[in-house]
Write a protein that binds this ligand. Structure first.
Ligand SMILES: [Zn+2]
Length: 346
C-alpha cells in the first residue's frame, strides 16, 4: 500500500484508492472478515498435509495452501490483509529457536483454553497443529484490531457509548506494549518516468493496519462518521461533516445504500405519520363536537376521548412499524363512539 496526502493506494492496483479510514470501514464492517476467517478455519481443519511432520518443506507447502485458500474473496484489500496477517504469523513462529518455543507454547495453550474461539490443540510437531497455532494468533490480532477500530471510530465520530469508550480505553492501555503491534515494513520505490523516489508500506497485521490508518487521520480531509440510520450505525468516512448516512447497504432495504434509501424512507414515514395524525385529529374533533351538542353525555364522551388519547399514539406506532394496517387503524378510530341506542334515544 502507498500513502499519499490522506489517501491509501493498493500497490499494483492504482484504481484502488481510499481516503484514510475508508479501508478500515470497508474491511472491518460487514461480513467480509468473518467469512474470510471462517474459510481459513475450514481450510486448516481439512488441510491434506495436516498430519505431516513439520519440516522446512511441509511448512512451505502449507504456506502455498493457505495463500490459495484465501484467493476467493470479492474485496481484494481485505483478502490481501488477511493473507499477509496469516503468513506473518507463520513466519514469526518458524523463525523461533527451540528454547523460546517451549516457553511460548505453554502460554499459547493457556490462552487457547480460555477462549472458545481459539483452537485447542496447538503445537509445533505437525502441520495441522502448527497452522492452528498460527490461526489463533491471526485471530487475536484481528480481535484487537476490531476493538481498536470500533472504539476509535466511535470516539472520533463523537458517538461512543459507555461500553465503547471503556473498550477503547482498555485497548489504548495495551497499545503501550511494543510487542503487541506488529511492525510495518517500509519499502522505497523508484519511478523511472518521474525520476522520483516514493515509499510503499507492507502491512501484514490487522492491528497495524488500524494503527496506520488512525495515525494519518489528523491530516486527512475526511472524517470518520457514524450512520444515523438507527438500524445501521456503521462507520464511514466523509468530507463533509453534514453527511448523515453511510454508503453501505441499508438494513431496511437490501440492495440500496443507506445514504440513498434512508432519507427517502424517512420522508415516506413522515408522510404516513402525518396522515395518521390527521385521522386521529378528525376522530377527536368528531368527539368534541358530540360533547358540545350533547352535554348530558359528557362523562361518557370524555371517557371516549381519553381512550383515543391514551391508545392512539401506540396504534400509530404499530402502523408505522407495519404491524397494523392503516385501514384497521381507521376502523378502530371510527368505532370509538357512543352506542347507537344512546344516540337513537335523543
Ligand atoms: Zn448506514
Amino acid at each position: 500500500m502507498t500513502y499519499e496526502k490522506g489517501t491509501n493506494i493498493v500497490v499494483g492496483m492504482p484504481w484502488m484508492r481510499y481516503p484514510v479510514g475508508e479501508l478500515l470501514c470497508r474491511i472491518f464492517q460487514g461480513d467480509t472478515l468473518t467469512s474470510i476467517s471462517q474459510r481459513l478455519r475450514n481450510c486448516i481443519n481439512y488441510c491434506p498435509m495436516r498430519n505431516d511432520p513439520l519440516t522446512q518443506d511441509t511448512v512451505e507447502d502449507a504456506e502455498n495452501y493457505i495463500r490459495q485458500a484465501l484467493l476467493y474473496d470479492d474485496f481484494v484489500p481485505a483478502q490481501l490483509l488477511a493473507q499477509g496477517s496469516f503468513i506473518r504469523c507463520m513466519e514469526h513462529y518458524r523463525a523461533l529457536d527451540s528454547e523460546t518455543v517451549k516457553g511460548l507454547l505453554a502460554q499459547e495453550i493457556d490462552r487457547s483454553n480460555e477462549d472458545p474461539m481459539l483452537f485447542k490443540t496447538v503445537c509445533f510437531d505437525s502441520v495441522g497443529s502448527f497452522l492452528r497455532l498460527c490461526y489463533n494468533n491471526y485471530l487475536i490480532d484481528l480481535i484487537n484490531a476490531l476493538t481498536l477500530f470500533i472504539g476509535m471510530a466511535a470516539v472520533k465520530s463523537g458517538t461512543a457509548s459507555e461500553e465503547e469508550s471503556a473498550a477503547y480505553e482498555d485497548i489504548r492501555q495495551h497499545l503501550n506494549d511494543p510487542d503487541l503491534i506488529p511492525s510495518i515494513e517500509m519499502q522505497t520505490t523508484y519511478n523511472p518516468a518521474s525520476g522520483e523516489f516514493g515509499y510503499s508500506y507492507v502491512i501484514s497485521s490487522f492491528l497495524a493496519m488500524a494503527v496506520f490508518e488512525f495515525s494519518h487521520l489528523a491530516d486527512s480531509a475526511t472524517k470518520v462518521m457514524r450512520c444515523q440510520n438507527p438500524d445501521c450505525r456503521k462507520f464511514f468516512t466523509a468530507k463533509r461533516t453534514s453527511a448523515k448516512y453511510c454508503p453501505f447497504e441499508s438494513p431496511q432495504r437490501p440492495g440500496r445504500r443507506c445514504n440513498d434509501y434512508y432519507p427517502q424512507y424517512l420522508r415516506r414515514k413522515k408522510t404516513k405519520a402525518d396522515e395518521l395524525l390527521k385521522m386521529e385529529k378528525n376522530a377527536l374533533s368528531r368527539l368534541y363536537m358530540d360533547r358540545k351538542r350533547h352535554p348530558k353525555h359528557e362523562t361518557i364522551i370524555n371517557g371516549l376521548i381519553s381512550d383515543v388519547q391514551i391508545h392512539s399514539p401506540g396504534k400509530r406506532e404499530e402502523v408505522l412499524r407495519g404491524e397494523l394496517s392503516k385501514t384497521d387503524y381507521e376502523e378502530w378510530l371510527k368505532a370509538i363512539r357512543r352506542n347507537k341506542e344512546d344516540i337513537d334515544d335523543e
